[in-house]
Design a protein around this ligand. Structure first.
Ligand code: PMP
Length: 407
């Protein structure tokens, strides 16, 4: 049994306390974005009420406070990911932004015609399209690791794809559509064996799994704060110092320079080289509170409790006639995708919403994966630490109602 007091945790999330269509909200769309605890909301308000100022350049008290709090988040994230140095933490606008940064700067500089990039069938569109754009621009070749019917990567096939032309391997840590946890340590080691650099898309991993970039030895790791109980519009790109230093800047503008003349500009050191313009100061600052919140619960406690929810929900959903769970990987986080025989996922979503239950329906930005699985989309319930088995019972009841209404 979990040492966490789930009712107390629920009380930390103001948004959960509401009726939707006359029923208590059941929020099962955590893979899309997690809700925010009061400590994060308070940090946002506190910043705007007391410290609002632009950072790094000001010498007045507010600017100094804002800068100190902004940089404190960088150190908190360094600890959170176990990066060697705070300078290896680049603030971005999210996972998508981080992948585009690497594709545009590292990719455009170091890849040429015939060079190969490996991704997997499980990828979110944001870890497909930037590499396709790079392939178009530089004449590279995109290769895709296949999966089995349970939604697990075929690692033998991965090894066969690796060649001396492989320059980048970019793979999702945890699948947003199916919940599969990929064996990224093995993927990273094998890629390094042929001299490729590895980017891990951690968008779905950070709220469930301990991240240790030094132990993983990945070259890049990206995630979005909004899936980790933090605000939207803020993300992280971790990169190894030597690689970040060898990359050209991404966007040009203020902050990312050392000196500008009309003849020539010299660029700032990392991390600022990659942080042009005024960032999301308030959001960055509030991410520290999100991380402290996670730490106060304990990642292992969160993971263990979510696992209980996953087992409970898996058993409960399996008992529904005509329901098929999509993705049955041995290693999974608390995400369940499913289809109901003869019922469109959109109808399922709408009828569940009428009962106050929020789920995600559709292709989950993984169209190639849906095509591989031979389906148009799924209904996805994704659980977080504030969800309960009581809510899962409501989902099961709701699905019986969907079946009755669509019969
Ligand atoms: N990768 C994965 C696995 C995701 O789940 C998501 C968000 N659904 C993204 C990338 C993109 O994240 P963002 O929209 O925050 O940039």
């Amino acid at each position: 049994q979990t040492p966490l007091d789930i009712q107390k945790i629920r009380a930390d999330f103001p948004v959960l306390d509401q009726l939707v269509n006359g029923r208590p909200l059941v929020y099962f769309d955590n893979a899309a974005t997690t809700q925010k605890p009061r400590t994060v909301l308070d940090a946002l308000t506190r910043y705007y009420e007391h410290d609002n100022a632009n950072i790094h350049r000001g010498i007045h008290a507010l600017a100094e406070r804002a800068t100190a709090n902004f940089e404190a988040t960088r150190r908190a994230i360094q600890t959170f990911m176990n990066a060697r140095e705070a300078e290896e933490i680049i603030f971005t606008y999210g996972t998508t932004d981080g992948i585009n940064l690497v594709a545009k700067t590292y990719g455009q500089t170091y890849l040429g015609p015939g060079d190969e990039i490996i991704i997997s069938t499980l990828e979110h569109h944001s870890n497909i399209v930037p590499w396709q754009m790079l392939c178009e621009a530089r004449g590279c070749v995109l290769k895709v690791i296949p999966i089995n019917d349970e939604g697990e990567l075929l690692m033998d096939e991965y090894e066969k794809l690796l060649t001396e032309r492989t320059k980048i391997v970019s793979v999702v840590h945890v699948s947003n559509a199916l919940g599969t946890i990929n064996p990224i340590k093995t993927i990273i080691d094998k890629a390094h064996g042929v001299g490729a650099v590895v980017l891990i898309d951690g968008a779905q991993a950070t709220s469930h799994i301990d991240i240790d970039v030094q132990a993983l030895d990945c070259d890049f790791y990206v995630f979005s704060a909004h899936k980790l109980f933090g605000p939207t519009g803020m993300g992280v790109l971790y990169g190894k110092r030597a690689i970040l230093e060898a990359m050209p800047p991404f966007r040009g503008g203020g902050e990312m320079i050392k000196e500008v003349t009309f003849e020539k500009t010299t660029y700032n050191d990392i991390p600022y080289k990659f942080e042009a313009g005024t960032p999301n100061i308030a959001d960055v600052i509030a991410v520290k509170n999100a991380i402290e919140y996670v730490d106060s619960l304990g990642k292992e406690n969160i993971a263990a409790y979510e696992h209980e929810l996953l087992s409970y929900a898996t058993d409960a959903l399996r008992s529904i006639d005509g329901l098929r769970i999509i993705g049955n990987a041995k290693e999974k986080v608390s995400v369940i995708s499913f289809v109901l025989d003869g019922i469109h996922h959109e109808d399922t979503g709408v009828i569940l919403d009428q009962q106050g239950i929020a789920v995600r329906t559709g292709h989950h930005c993984t169209q190639p994966l849906m095509r591989r699985l031979g389906i148009a989309g799924t209904t996805r319930a994704s659980f977080s630490v504030y969800n309960t088995t009581d809510e899962i019972d409501k989902l099961v009841k709701g699905l019986h109602r969907v079946k009755a209404m669509m019969a």
